[in-house]
Ligand binder design. Structure first.
Ligand code: 13P
Ligand code: SF4
Length: 329
């Protein structure tokens, strides 16, 4: 009996990445290209320490949007994930925005497809749509106002008390904002693959090991983790808390480990312990953020690609909700 093997479409070939001479002084080359291109490098706290150190500005998603709006550079090299670079592009349609690796997505943004979201929204016609910045430009275009983890409470509190609200896409941030504001919201059931890995069970063990440590956590963590936390905040707020709480020497950090670089840099000697994810890995890293490397940043500045683009009609609808958020600060 002969077996018939179904014909499968062949994947399109992906060109090999250029091999960079490992002896090249990448830091010096990046600095040279920044001047030559009149470029600014913006980096999120979840990038590797050396990438944070070469950036002109390192921050959280709110700070990065504010910097993107303020810059007079011709080129923005965005070391972060796709939705962050897209937001920078929406704010700067005339500028060139590049990323080291444009495949650096985000589990929250990727699991909120605009066609499905638009259909889901039809059930809530009289609701104001508050979208977390961790969404695609198309979702922003369907929203009334954007928020980040720094200003989500402020954004929701700016909406009249009797107004119904839809919040997307992070269920944990949504639940935390409801608790902080006392507002009821319809929440899209999204989650972050990095923050959902932290569990109360593992943290109880770590707390036993470090009884004097404070637990600081990002609001994208599960409720049971947030219930245990001594302090909850965005990446900037977590860093500032660790730097400024000088009567505490040890901190357990429940977010992506990139933030620990800034904590140690700004408060030398502080002991920061990364919360262990459920997978048993030693450290929590965002697999998307970490696709960006120094080599790819060098190539992005040299070749001005991969370039981030947003269709004009989407950008024209997405800018108002982003600007509304920036006006609130
Ligand atoms: P921040 O806005 O706190 O930097 O968070 C961004 C993010 O992606 C968290 O996972
Ligand atoms: Fe997205 Fe989570 Fe990575 Fe943040 S840590 S960029 S929410 S996948």
């Amino acid at each position: 009996m002969s077996l018939s093997i179904p014909k499968m479409p062949l994947p399109s070939p992906i060109p090999d990445r250029e091999i960079i001479d490992p002896t090249l002084d990448l830091e010096a080359e990046i600095e040279r290209l920044k001047k030559e291109r009149n470029a600014i490098v913006l980096a999120h706290y979840y990038q590797d320490g050396e990438m944070q150190d070469i950036a002109d500005y390192v921050g959280d998603s709110l700070g990065l949007s504010q910097q993107a709006k303020a810059t007079d550079a011709d080129v923005i090299a965005f070391c972060g994930v796709h939705f962050m670079a897209e937001t920078a592009k929406i704010l700067n349609m005339e500028k060139t925005v590049v990323m080291p690796d444009s495949d650096a997505g985000c589990s929250l943004a990727d699991r909120c497809p605009p066609d499905v979201f638009a259909e889901w929204l039809e059930q809530y016609p009289d609701h104001v749509v508050v979208s977390y910045i961790n969404t695609s430009a198309s979702i922003k275009a369907l929203s009334d106002i954007i928020c980040t983890s720094t200003n989500a409470v402020r954004v929701v509190e700016s909406i009249p008390a009797d107004q119904k609200i839809v919040f997307c896409p992070d269920r944990h941030l949504g639940r935390w904002v409801m608790k902080q504001t006392g507002r009821d919201m319809v929440v899209w059931p999204g989650f972050c693959v990095v923050h959902e890995q932290f569990t109360a069970r593992k943290l109880i063990k770590l707390k036993r090991e470090y009884p004097n440590a404070e637990l600081v956590a990002h609001p994208e963590c599960e409720q049971s983790v947030l219930d245990m936390a001594d302090f909850i905040g965005s990446t900037t707020q977590l860093i500032n808390h660790v730097v400024n709480t000088t009567d505490v020497e040890e901190f357990i950090v429940a977010t992506e480990m990139g933030v620990m670089h800034q904590m140690r840099k700004r408060r030398p000697g502080v002991k920061v312990i990364g919360a262990e994810p459920a997978s048993g890995c030693e450290c929590a890293v965002c697999p998307y953020m970490r696709l960006n490397t120094m080599e790819k940043l060098y190539l992005a500045l040299r070749d001005l690609k991969p370039e981030i683009t947003v269709p004009k009609e989407i950008a024209e609808r997405a800018i108002a909700p982003v600007e509304r958020m920036l006006a609130l600060g």
